[in-house]
Design a protein around this ligand. Structure first.
Ligand SMILES: NC(=O)c1ccc[n+]([C@@H]2O[C@H](COP(=O)([O-])OP(=O)(O)OC[C@H]3O[C@@H](n4cnc5c(N)ncnc54)[C@H](O)[C@@H]3O)[C@@H](O)[C@H]2O)c1
Length: 488
């Protein structure tokens, strides 16, 4: 079974490397540790508890509250909101991590006109050579390879001829790699999630502001055809006043997580020995955050999470793994199903779910509701007044006129996940070539990833709400374009 699941192009995967986290104390032996992860986030959120951005507070009251901004570390540079890329006819890309994801995404970078893949990095030389062959067969010069160990990505980041670094490595590497790219003066796009700890998210915000380089969460689901259509309809008022939404990552990854060959080592499974909550929130959270203009007129202010027992991975191991397999040393603490509720400054509610360890058909839920109707995905269905009535869902296919211009222009995009990967890369490269403001920025990356540490902290605190920091430091109130872009 291949996680990218070409059988169903809408399935999203997570592809890994062994080795302990460079930045956490997580135990490979499996005992959950009260690591820096939970300590740091509890410290941060305790301060924000006085934020006054409470349940049901209206926008005006929320806006009047100084506490979220007060909780933020001191700004070290001007905001990156609304900052355009420097215009360049050719974008020169360096790619770090050439496993399942990095290798497939290289093909998409190569498919966009005006993009050159100039450097590749992976600790496994054979993987770099394989992807280099793809670059050459696309007619581009042989890329430089960086395969001399776990820190060679720093050399790639330091090259003078790289404009953009794409990071597709195990989660524990996302932060150090994004940090290195920004520090070297490069724009960086990071796979999901952007970082695993709250202080790392703040550090990315600070670094992006200081270096004047964009740090972006490459959340491909924001570019799904359904998501973009719902986004446009929501912004046009078709659902009325938006009230609630839901997003999820429900994907049975047991076979892949125990496969000796699919990921580069057991990194993906080992995160289940460290954190209890929603360790992969962005696929579900980001599209709904876009519908609700989070960081563009609304703000995610707090999260409460409850987690079920962790039983699925141990049950799978008992059935499939031979005695003596290294996995028998692991203790899984991650909740098989974690359910989070996020409240926004305008009082809206977003439900997030994460479940990857039990039998269940794939779903990102992707739901939205307002005063005039509702949408639910998997399968897509819509209920809008006055078109529908009598408790009968309507045909979402009938609303194709609401497709985003990117989908109207690229009806059959290449690549996996139904084409949204390509649409995202095309749009990002277009923004860099034309000198546009990116559709999403470091504030979105930090907000969408914040449930990783905060859901863990909430579960440990018996579901107690954890304040989500205002990474914009007060600038979330102004409306501005995002993924719902105008055609340039
Ligand atoms: N957005 C999506 O739809 C999507 C889909 C799949 C994977 N992902 C993300 O992509 C990332 C990679 O997943 P994957 O399935 O490709 O995993 P993988 O294990 O197949 O690939 C990771 C690669 O990183 C390399 N690597 C590890 N440490 C490194 C280091 N220090 N320097 C250089 N290279 C290093 C490994 O050798 C491996 O080739 C993860 O963050 C995952 O969540 C996102």
């Amino acid at each position: 079974m291949h996680e990218s699941a070409p059988q169903n192009p809408r399935h999203l995967d997570q592809p890994g490397s062994p080795g302990p986290s460079p930045s956490s104390n997580a135990s490979v032996e499996g005992r959950e540790q009260t690591t820096d992860v939970s300590r740091r986030l509890v410290l941060k959120s305790a301060g924000a508890a006085s934020a006054g951005v409470g349940l049901g507070l209206g926008l005006a009251q929320a806006a009047a509250s100084p506490a979220a901004a007060a909780d933020a570390p001191r700004r070290q540079g001007a905001t990156m909101i609304g900052v355009p890329f420097e215009r360049r006819s050719t974008v020169r890309v360096g790619i770090v991590g050439l496993g399942n994801r990095g290798s497939a995404m290289t093909e998409l970078f190569l498919a966009v006109p005006g993009v050159r893949v100039v450097a590749l990095c992976d600790t496994v030389r054979a993987k770099a050579e394989k992807v280099a062959a793809k670059v050459r067969s696309a007619g581009q010069p042989a890329p430089e390879l960086y395969t001399k160990g776990q820190d060679d990505f720093r050399q790639l980041c330091g090259r003078g001829d790289v404009d953009f670094v794409y990071v597709a490595t195990p989660w524990e590497w996302h932060f150090p790699m994004a940090e290195a790219a920004l520090t070297a003066g490069k724009h960086v796009g990071v796979e999901c999630p952007a970082a695993m700890e709250l202080d790392q998210l703040w550090r990315l915000v600070d670094l992006s502001e200081r270096t004047r380089r964009h740090c972006m969460q490459l959340e491909n689901c924001c570019y799904g055809r359904n998501e973009m259509r719902v986004l446009r309809m929501a912004h046009a008022g078709k659902f009325g006043e938006l009230l609630h939404g839901a997003g999820a990552y429900i994907h049975d990854l047991r076979e892949l997580m125990f496969s000796p060959t699919y990921y580069e080592g057991p990194w993906r499974r080992q995160w289940h020995t460290r954190l209890r909550g929603d360790i992969y929130p962005t696929h579900g959270f980001a599209p709904v955050a876009n519908y609700m203009d989070v960081n563009r007129g609304d703000r995610a202010v707090r999260i409460s999470t409850f987690g079920s027992p962790a039983a699925g991975l141990a049950a799978y191991r008992a059935q499939h793994m031979p005695p003596g397999d290294a996995s028998w040393k692991e203790t899984y603490v991650g909740s098989d199903m974690s359910v989070s509720l996020v409240q926004t400054a305008r009082g809206r509610v977003i439900r997030l779910e994460h479940a990857v360890s039990n039998p269940h058909p794939y779903s990102r839920v992707n739901a939205l509701g307002g005063t005039k109707g509702a949408f639910e995905d998997y399968p897509p269905r819509i209920y809008l007044e006055p078109e529908m009535s009598g408790d009968e869902w309507g045909d979402f296919g009938a609303y194709a006129e609401w497709d985003h211009w990117l989908w109207k222009e690229h009806a059959n995009p290449p690549g996996g996940h139904g084409g949204m990967d390509y649409i995202m890369i095309f749009r990002l490269m277009q923004s860099m070539q034309q000198g546009l403001v990116p559709d999403f920025d470091v504030y979105d990356a930090a907000t969408w990833s914040a449930p990783v540490p905060l859901s863990h902290a909430s579960i440990r605190a018996k579901g107690a709400p954890q304040e989500i920091p205002d990474f914009t430091r007060g600038l979330w109130r102004a409306g501005r374009p995002g993924v719902d872009s105008a055609k340039p």
